[in-house]
Ligand binder design. Structure first.
Ligand code: NAD
Length: 410
C-alpha cells in the first residue's frame, strides 16, 4: 500500500467511476473530502504503572445514505491516509449493495499483541470515551476490523452505554450474539462471495462438479467459502495459509482440512505441498484470495490462469495487477461487492438492535442472498453495457446511488 493510499488509490477510483456514472461534477467534488475526521489521544496506565498515550482516528466519510459504517483497526501501521481510504471504500461498499449506510473507518496505532488483556480493554474503552461524541446508532456505527473482535466490540458498546446512561446496542456491530449480535455473522462474508459464485455459475452454465477452486488464506473467510462451495459440489483443489499450501487435483476433503487446521493450527499433510505463489498460478477455474492485501502483483498477475477471481480479501490486487487483469479475460469480482456480505449482516444486526426484534438464521441467509444476487446482477449488467471491468462498474453503480441521494436535495 502506498504511503498516501487515499490520494494515490482511493480518489482515482472515484474519477474513473465518474466517467461511467450519471453523477454531476458537483457530486463528485463533494465526495472527495471526508465529512469529518477525528483524532484522539488515548491515555492508558500500563501494567507496570507507566503511562502511554495511543493515537486513535475515526473518519466519517459520508452519511448522505445513512449513518457511517465501518470497522476499527488496531495495528501499528494505522495512518490518517489509510483510515480515510478505508472509510471511502466503505462508503462505496455500502452503496454497492444498497445498504442505508454511508461509510466510515477507525483505527488505533497500537500492536495489540504487545498488550495484556487489561491494557487492551483500557485502549478499547479509551477509544470509545474519546469518540463517544462522534459515534452513535444514527451517526456512525463501527465494527471489528484487523486485530479487533467481538470482545473488543462488547467493551466499546458497554463503555458507550455507561457514558450515555442507557442501552444502545446499535452503536456498534460485530458484538457477541449474547449482547445483541446477529446470527449468521460468522460466515456472512464468505456466504456473500458464494452467492456471487452461484450467479456466475448461472451465467456460464457451470456444473459445480467440473469446476475447480483454489483459495488463498484459510481463516474465517476462506474456510467458510470452501465449505459452502464444496457443499454444492465445487471441487476445492488447493488451499493455503501463512505457512503451508496443499494441492490435490481430485479435490481436498474440505471438512477434514477445516478440522485439522482449527485443531492443530496447521493444514493437513495431504496431496502435494505448494507455495502461495504456486497456488495463485494454478490452472483452476476459480481463484479466491482470502488472505491479505496486495497478494497479486504485477509480477504474478500475468501468470494467473483462473477464469474467475473472487476477492474475499480487501484489496488483494495491487493497482498494477488490477490493470493487467482488467485487460485479460479474467472476470474479477471486486472486493467491495464480493466481500460485502459481512457489512450486509452487520446492517441486519443494527436493524435488529434498533427494532428490538431478532431474526432466525434462515431469515438472515434469505435476505443476504437476495441483496447479494440482485446487486451482483445489476453490476454485471452495467459492466456489459459500459464495456468496463467489473470493478469500474461496481464503483459506477455505487456512485449512481450516492448521486441519487446527494442530488435529490440539490
Ligand atoms: P483471518 O485472520 O481469519 O484469516 C486470514 C488467513 O490468511 C489465515 O488463514 C492466515 O494464515 C492467512 N494468511 C496470512 N498471510 C498469508 C499469506 N501470506 N499467504 C497465505 N495466507 C495467508 O481473516 P479473515 O477474517 O478470513 O479475513 C481475510 C480477508 O478477508 C482480509 O483481507 C479481510 O480484510 C477480508 N474480509 C473479511 C471479512 C470478515 O467478515 N471476516 C469481511 C470483509 C473482508
Amino acid at each position: 500500500m502506498s504511503a498516501d493510499v487515499f490520494n494515490d488509490e482511493a480518489l482515482p477510483r472515484l474519477d474513473l467511476a465518474a466517467k461511467h456514472s450519471k453523477a454531476r461534477p458537483s457530486t463528485v467534488l463533494r465526495l472527495k473530502p471526508p465529512e469529518r475526521f477525528t483524532e484522539v489521544g488515548i491515555p492508558v496506565r500500563m501494567d507496570d504503572g507507566s503511562w502511554q498515550v495511543f493515537t486513535g482516528y475515526r473518519c466519517r466519510y459520508n452519511t448522505v445514505r445513512g449513518p457511517a459504517k465501518g470497522g476499527i483497526r488496531f495495528h501499528p501501521d494505522v495512518s490518517q491516509s489509510e483510515v480515510r481510504a478505508l472509510a471511502f471504500w466503505m462508503t462505496f461498499k455500502c452503496a454497492t449493495v444498497g445498504l442505508p449506510f454511508g461509510g466510515g473507518k477507525g483505527g488505533v496505532i497500537v500492536n495489540p499483541r504487545q498488550l495484556s488483556d487489561r491494557e487492551l480493554e483500557a485502549v478499547s474503552r479509551g477509544y470509545m470515551r474519546g469518540m463517544a461524541d462522534v459515534l452513535g446508532p444514527d451517526i456512525d456505527v463501527p465494527a471489528p476490523d484487523v486485530y479487533t473482535n467481538a470482545r473488543i466490540m462488547a467493551w466499546m458498546s458497554d463503555e458507550f452505554d455507561i457514558i450515555q446512561r442507557g442501552r444502545y446496542p446499535g452503536v456498534i456491530t460485530g458484538k457477541p450474539v449474547s449482547r445483541g449480535g446477529s446470527l449468521g455473522r460468522d460466515d456472512a462474508t464468505a456466504r456473500g462471495g458464494f452467492v456471487c459464485l452461484r450467479q456466475i455459475e448461472d451465467k456460464r452454465a457451470w456444473k459445480p462438479k467440473d469446476i475447480t477452486v483454489a483459495i488463498q488464506g484459510f481463516g474465517n473467510a476462506g474456510q467458510h467459502f470452501a465449505r459452502l462451495a464444496n457443499e454444492v459440489g465445487y471441487k476445492i483443489v488447493a488451499v493455503s495459509d501463512s505457512r503451508d499450501g496443499i494441492y490435490d487435483e481430485k479435490g481436498l476433503d474440505v471438512a477434514k482440512t477445516i478440522s485439522t487446521k482449527n485443531d492443530t493450527g496447521r493444514l493437513p499433510k495431504v496431496g502435494k505441498a505448494i507455495t502461495n505463489d504456486e497456488l495463485l498460478e494454478l490452472d483452476v477455474n476459480v481463484l479466491v484470495p482470502a488472505a491479505l492485501e496486495n497478494a497479486v502483483t504485477k509480477e504474478n498477475a500475468k501468470n494467473l490462469k483462473a477464469q474467475v477471481l473472487i476477492e474475499l480479501a480487501n484489496g488483494p490486487l495491487t493497482k498494477e495487477a488490477d490493470e493487467i487483469l482488467a485487460k485479460s479475460k479474467t472476470l474479477v469480482v471486486p472486493d467491495i461487492l464480493a466481500n460485502a456480505g459481512g457489512v450486509t449482516v452487520s446492517y441486519f444486526e443494527w436493524t435488529q438492535n434498533i427494532s428490538g426484534y431478532y431474526w432466525k438464521l434462515e431469515t438472515v441467509h434469505e435476505r443476504l442472498g437476495e441483496i447479494m444476487s440482485d446487486n451482483f446482477n445489476q453490476v454485471y449488467d452495467l459492466m456489459e453495457s459500459e464495456s468496463v471491468s467489473m470493478r469500474t462498474a461496481c464503483y459506477a453503480h455505487a456512485l449512481n446511488r450516492l448521486a441519487d441521494s446527494i442530488e435529490s436535495a440539490d
